[in-house]
Design a protein around this ligand. Sequence first.
Ligand code: GLC
Length: 469
Amino acid sequence: MRLLFILNEAAPLYKLGGLGDVGSGLSQALLAAGVDIRLCLPYHPQIKVSDRHLVATGEAIFAAEPLTYQVYLTYLPGSAVPIYLIAEARYLAVTSDALDKDVAKAAVFCLCLADFLSRFSAWKPQLLHLHDWHTALLPLLLKHRYDLNLPSLLTIHNHRYFGQAPLSLLHDLNLNPDLCQVLTWDGQDQTLNLLLEGVIHADAVTTVSPTYRQELLQEPGVLFDALRTKVGRFYAVLNGLDYHTWDPQTDPHIDRRYTTATAPVAKSANKQALCRRLGLAVISSTPLIVFIGRLDPQQKGLSLLLQGFQTNRFPPPKAQFILLGTGDPQLERALHQAADRLPTVHLATRYDEALAHQLYAAADIIIIPSSYEPCGLIQLIAQRYGTLPVAHAVGGLIDTIKPPTTGFLYTPNTLDQLLSALDQALSYLHSPSETQFYTALMSLELSWKAATPIYIDLYTATISGDMKG
Ligand code: GLC
């Protein structure tokens, strides 16, 4: 099966969040399962590859102007997965952020790729697997501008980022509005929702956990109406973890590597080394609580932490807390203002992959107060590293945490509830034997092994037009 896997990021080439991990982890698992897979990304200016070759140069018209694009072929570093990088000097060479503002860049990426697929590609994919709003214009473009009938499956990783574009984008893309269904459904507010275009025009849609799928089907709004109409072609496949990147037995970033048996001693040594490096008091019996993630005020529930710092209720007495993450500058400032004075808190407001590994390997508890969470990868990484998640009971967090042995869940998402779940988790740390505690977490099967055959079945059904309706 020839599969083109199209997305905006893939670690380690370019990563903004969980999507980047899925890009590399799932594509490698599919390759290992025998799928003839190739990735495709915009050639973002941050991407550095030395070994690449030019496979095509083409031209596509955008906003009535010809744009020249180049397609390079290389490999995802550290893997045998071939990857196309689409370069274009005006739109694709700009740095974009993790949010959904840069709609012209996404549109030009889809346009150049559609043009490449229709004219040059010697390797002809049988299916496109699209991820998130950046890629969601492809089915519409292929059908209506290029007259190319290529089956497509779209995965929604985060519905809150959907790419809102002015209706004039249709003209810029040379799409006749009368030909597409877009306007009747989507154009009523005089804007286009790019993710919705993908949902309407893709042959099948998936998302990244069963509970999140249910949540989406219950939301009011046009995007969700569109999902409800294709409920038989809308599936959930729970994300997995890339076991090569996330393995406490081989992790090159951590001080002491460990197995389930050696976890108690090694994690405590890792905690001491980390606290020393970050200037926190070194007391091995003090539990270490961490937060790791994008500082996204909409999703990640950081207002609870702010409130906790400001009222001196968080971190709980006799616990230390380290936050790692970057994102909204205003939120970063507010967190520093509220917590820099607290002796048991360290805020690392930056992107630091090595520190993330060290935190998983040192922490006792990770908190995940997300207001919504499509799947969440950090609870999976935490479990594999023997760190107990305490999370808001929502989306994929519900599907991956079974209290008390593999974490704690709380609802509603208030500081009181978070603190009370943390209390329970802190007492639980000392209740089962160390062997029971670490075995329950670290022996979970969290790799891409479960998801891979499900995706392959969905690909097969999409290619053969066998979707239910
Ligand atoms: C997004 C979601 C996260 C999910 C990830 C990968 O980052 O917010 O919940 O795990 O995508 O699917």
